[in-house]
Design a binder for this molecule. Structure first.
Ligand SMILES: [Zn+2]
Length: 690
């Protein structure tokens, strides 16, 4: 069947037509690949994406709910209908649901926070049954009272400033605003500072009317809406808190809840700005520094004052089933090389944007592959499309799956592509530098959904395309940080996309009024991902590249030198200089090998070596104090969470003044880079043998 397809494809295009090169494809295969991609990009359809969203965002579908299981089964049915070998892979995870939630002021006046988001006539889903109430998952159970303190964003620097004012958090209930850092690190920092409980609220300056019109008029957060979310200590490890490092299949070993290091040790609850205002009004003490003030009509004081606040939380601490949907199209010539693309399917509530907008584009990408398959085409490599469960609680479905299949995944996966929210606007581009040049070419050849220009042209009006270092924002974490698989994390997102983030108003009504009204960004994203998937699956030589890695490492070293001028980084910078030579040799050898590669007896070994390249940046022992994180170049910052720290081993030691450890970590990194360079030499040798 393949031969027939190729003959048709070749016939459709004049052979002499000049096409820009595509990384990994020799000239004689270029026209055929272009035909395949054109055909694939014509398949995704906005109307279908809309229909999937209507269905998947129709009812609340948080992990552990009947809605989540129904969404998984719906997607499974689609994949099967399209001809995939699809199945649900089930795990179990500790998913605490709240049974008690109180935030109240008991003195000098009585006030009780509503902790609920009202039904809105303009949004029929806002009244759906089965909504998970406002809470922070993995908060401790507790009932505490104390004076209230405003801690700005609740990052360590804010507590240092309070200390300068002579104010300590010990014995107090702190109220922090969302923003600047991941919510889990706000709760952890509050605990480490001795706070009794942590309230996290959405200030309208960062997340509400200061940004623009609020829902229903605009996309931004209305006054009584708040942000649910996990406060798991994700920088330590992700996935089920009771099975760190191994898969939580039914009957597998679990640690005791008391031993689970990623659970918060104090009560944490989120508040809306309507609920927060009466509390902030009662704060005494000094007026807050100017950059600490939000947009509420009150004079922001730091506190404490005469306000006494009580926070009470309790949870149903049971483990619940988690349903991943995995659909496979087996490769024809290299079935043992896998291209995986995933997006989560669980939401906090209805989740039209987060995660359904990303999931519907994934479905249309998968359908494009399936349609091509129906015409007789088969991918060279194996394609896997995955919809993960329990991402919101702590990247659980993807992590348990990655732990379950760790050995196979690490040796077979050529790349993991991830998406999450996909609303409208510009393309955000996170990922491994090894895939940056690959991504640049994909963006060069795919059109922006709203202009006639290519995605690359649109992007490079502002700034040069660079992939940003991956932190802990979505399901790529286990693949990159734990297994050492190169990843890309992509999505269209514009200001306002987070306006109803993790609230009941992230709904079909909100999405179709204020985000991707005609689903052109769903279609456009599926076109982008179909192009990426087909290049990864069909490339004769894998498109991984060393030059952006070299440039990135050199930039990280510069950054570190600026932050810590006294550290002697020369053992590391010498290895980075070695890599510079190799990246040049690699580029030349790649160019030379490409026209001869198809059919070469060394090709399989070469692609296997390329697949293992990112893994050479990991160490089995992991990072100091967090062995689950194996990657030596990136990790989620211990106190930033979402955003990545580069060279995390030495960076964090140096930032926290542990200079002996920092020096040891410089040596560890230098050793890692030395073996990476040896690996690069082997790749170059193989290229030269082609
Ligand atoms: Zn999400």
């Amino acid at each position: 069947m393949r031969a027939l397809w190729l003959a048709l494809a070749a016939a459709a295009l004049p052979a002499q037509q000049k096409l820009p090169p595509v990384r990994g494809f020799p000239p004689e295969l270029l026209a055929q690949q272009r035909q395949l991609e054109d055909k694939a990009r014509a398949i995704p359809d906005g109307g279908r994406a809309r229909a999937y969203m209507k269905k998947m965002a129709a009812v609340p579908h948080h992990a552990g709910s009947p809605g989540s299981k129904a969404v998984a089964e719906y997607a499974l049915g689609l994949f099967k209908q399209w001809g995939f070998d699809a199945r649900i892979e089930e795990f179990e995870a500790l998913l605490p649901f709240p049974t008690a939630r109180v935030v109240e002021m008991t003195a000098p006046v009585q006030f009780r926070a509503k902790l609920s988001e009202p039904v809105m006539a303009e949004d029929p889903d806002s009244g759906d049954a089965g909504q998970l109430p406002l809470y922070n998952a993995y908060s401790a159970s507790g009932d505490v009272s104390g004076p209230l303190l405003y801690v700005n964003y609740g990052i360590p620097a804010d507590y240092a400033r309070l200390e300068q004012m002579g104010i300590a958090a010990k014995g107090k209930i702190v109220i922090a605003r969302y923003g600047k850092s991941w919510r889990g690190t706000k709760a952890k920092t509050a605990y480490e500072q001795g706070a009794l409980a942590c309230i996290i609220y959405s200030d309208p300056r960062d997340d509400g009317f200061w940004q623009g019109d609020v829902f229903p008029e605009g996309p931004f957060r209305p006054s009584a809406s708040a942000q649910r979310g996990s406060v798991m200590d994700m920088p330590l490890y992700v996935g089920d808190p009771l099975s760190p490092g191994w898969a939580s299949v039914k009957g597998s070993r679990r640690i005791d809840r008391a031993e689970a290091a990623t659970l918060m040790k104090i009560p944490v609850l989120p508040l809306s700005y309507a609920d927060a205002q009466p509390l902030l009004e009662r704060l005494g003490g000094p007026v807050a520094p100017e950059d600490w003030r939000g947009a509420l009509p009150v004079t922001y004081h730091v506190g404490p004052g005469d306000a006494v606040v009580r926070v009470k939380t309790d949870f149903d601490w049971t483990s619940k089933p988690v349903y991943n949907v995995v659909a496979t199209l087996t490769g024809s010539t290299q079935p043992e090389e896998w291209v995986i693309y995933g997006n989560h399917h669980d939401a906090w509530v209805n989740g039209a944007a987060d995660p359904v907008s990303g999931a519907v584009a994934l479905l249309e990408t998968a359908r494009a592959a399936a349609e091509l398959h129906r015409t007789g085409w088969r991918p060279r490599r194996t394609l896997k499309f995955a919809l993960w469960d329990a991402e919101e609680f702590g990247l659980i479905g993807s992590t348990e799956w990655a732990e379950q299949h760790a050995v196979e995944l690490a040796s077979k996966t050529v790349a993991y592509l991830n998406s999450d929210m996909n609303t409208h606007g510009g393309l955000s581009t996170g990922g491994s530098p090894l895939l940056e040049e690959f991504l640049r070419q994909v963006m060069r050849d795919v059109r922006d959904p709203s202009t006639a220009e290519t995605l690359l042209a649109v992007r490079e009006k502002d700034r040069k395309l660079r992939v940003s270092p991956p932190g802990a924002g979505s399901d790529y974490v286990a693949f990159l940080h734990h297994l050492g698989i190169p990843v890309l994390n992509l999505g269209f997102n514009a200001p306002g996309s987070q306006g109803t983030y993790h609230s009941i108003y992230d709904s079909y009504a909100w999405f179709t009024k204020h985000m991707d009204r005609d689903f052109r960004y769903s279609r456009g994203f599926a076109q982008l991902m179909a192009t990426a998937v087909l290049r990864l699956s069909e490339a004769v030589i894998l498109p991984h590249d060393l030059s952006s890695l070299h440039r990135s490492l050199a930039a990280y070293a510069e950054e570190l030198k600026k932050a810590h001028p006294k550290l002697n980084l020369s053992p590391v910078t010498a290895r980075i200089d070695d890599l510079k030579d190799r990246s040049r040799q690699f580029a030349e050898a790649y160019e030379q090998a490409l026209p001869k590669a198809a059919g070469s007896p060394q090709l399989r070994a070469l692609n296997q070596k390329l697949t293992a390249t990112e893994r050479m940046l990991t160490r089995a022992a992991g990072l100091p104090g967090r062995p689950w994180y194996k990657h030596q170049i990136y990790a989620p910052g211990m106190y930033t969470g979402y955003s990545a720290h580069t060279f995390p081993g030495m960076r964090e030691a140096a930032d926290q003044g542990r200079m002996t450890e920092a020096r040891e970590q410089i040596q560890v990194l230098a050793d890692t880079l030395r073996s990476f360079n040896e690996h690069a030499d082997q790749v170059i040798t193989l290229l030269n043998q082609i």
